[in-house]
Design a protein around this ligand. Sequence first.
Ligand SMILES: [Zn+2]
Length: 503
Amino acid sequence: MAADYDVLIRKARVLDGSGNPWFRADVGVKDGHIRTVGKIGDASATRTIDARDRIVAPGFIDVHTHIEGGVERNPRGDNFLLDGVTTVITGNCGSSEMNLAAWFDKIEKLGLGLNVASLVGHNTVRAEVMGSANRLATPEEIKRMQSLVDRAMRDGAVGFSTGLEYIPGTYSNTAEVVALAKAAAAHGGVYTSHMRDEGIHEIEAITEAVNVGKEAGMTVEISHLKIDRRSVWGASDQSLALIEKSRREGVDVVADQYPYDRASTNLGIRLPSWALAEGKIKERLADPATRRKIAGEMKQNLAQMGEPDYSFATVARFASNAVYEGKTISEINVLKGRAPGVVNEIETIFDLMSAGGASMTYHLMGDVDIERIMRYPFTAIASDGSIIQLGAGNPHPRSYGTNARVLAEYVRTRGVLTLEDAVRRMTSLPAHTFSLHDRGLIREGMAADLVVFDPARVEDKATYIKPHQYAQGFDFVLVNGQLVVDDGKLTPARPGQTLRHKQ
Ligand SMILES: [Zn+2]
């Protein structure tokens, strides 16, 4: 005879994701869904978990990830599952797969550990139509890009993302972004924005994102909200005030954040964007006058940032010479036998760019802004991470430890958030924003994505120096009713699904 439940979680403190206080109950799971929440008397179960004094919460929904490439190598998504994540949204910062239907089919066949949804990226669409041309789009090109966004939405994208600091999206104007966002809004999509600026010009950048939402009539998610210029640390109060004002005026604006003081991106972002157009950086650096012009703009930009040199910039991955990984640009400059100083450090950056560029972490954020942004009620927790090959390169620790870090550092140690509120930002808030209506809450009938942990023990282990360490304390993780983490260990189960938006 079939058991009453596939998994029965007994005597847990149920933290249902709504932000309400936990309550003690049993949670019964059957056929991929939450069947019962409450007191369950005599019942048979294929697997019973005694969760006494542990929390059971909805599985975490990480709305800001970049799993393209990583998911093909590790479709189980080990680093995410061990951080309690059961659903990711990828395709952020303007960069996604172009043919989403084919990609969804492909990764589903590989056997996913977690659920995957995707945005369609502006940079991907623009590169498809215009390459990396440094100019505005023609009306004809806008039409072609719109039809690509429309197709991706029909394929199941949950929205449209931009990466307006990156090539080629940075060459666009607001009108182009609005035109493409409208194609996503027609299908009920969300607009997620890696904005044009996250420091000195952040207010203008938020204003642009809000205007896109207003004109296209859609929800705006501001990606990895931060203040990443030392010279304007503390300015997050103005950013949040503008978001709040926009909400009062009827534009649905929310944000996401990763709980770290370093950003992670490429080295090219330190150069003026015109210098990178058409991929011709080597040619431009070979011309002495152009090289001087690029260096001049970089020096000026550094001064505006309030940084004395490039010691805030650490190489994470440099294919041509792994010795540089983990070292700052200032340190590499000295290693190369050059005297310290900004002028020589710029030459060192040019060397690295000529050798194919590098992945970087940038120490640019301050605690005051991180904590203030985290306290804002509509900031979701999201990693900006990817699926990592254990041991490969020197990635940002956020891919391993984002949720554990919030619970350990910002809930338990610093008391910035309550446990209930932190979990809400990992579950029902992101589910609400992206219309994942059957996830993000513990309610009868919802998909059985669940995580069981002891709030006193959960901890992130990954650091900037030693990033390749899984988070600890998420003892049991269920995706669609199946255990993917059992007593802290990954299982062979692959119950993940692609979550294709329907409208
Ligand atoms: Zn981004």
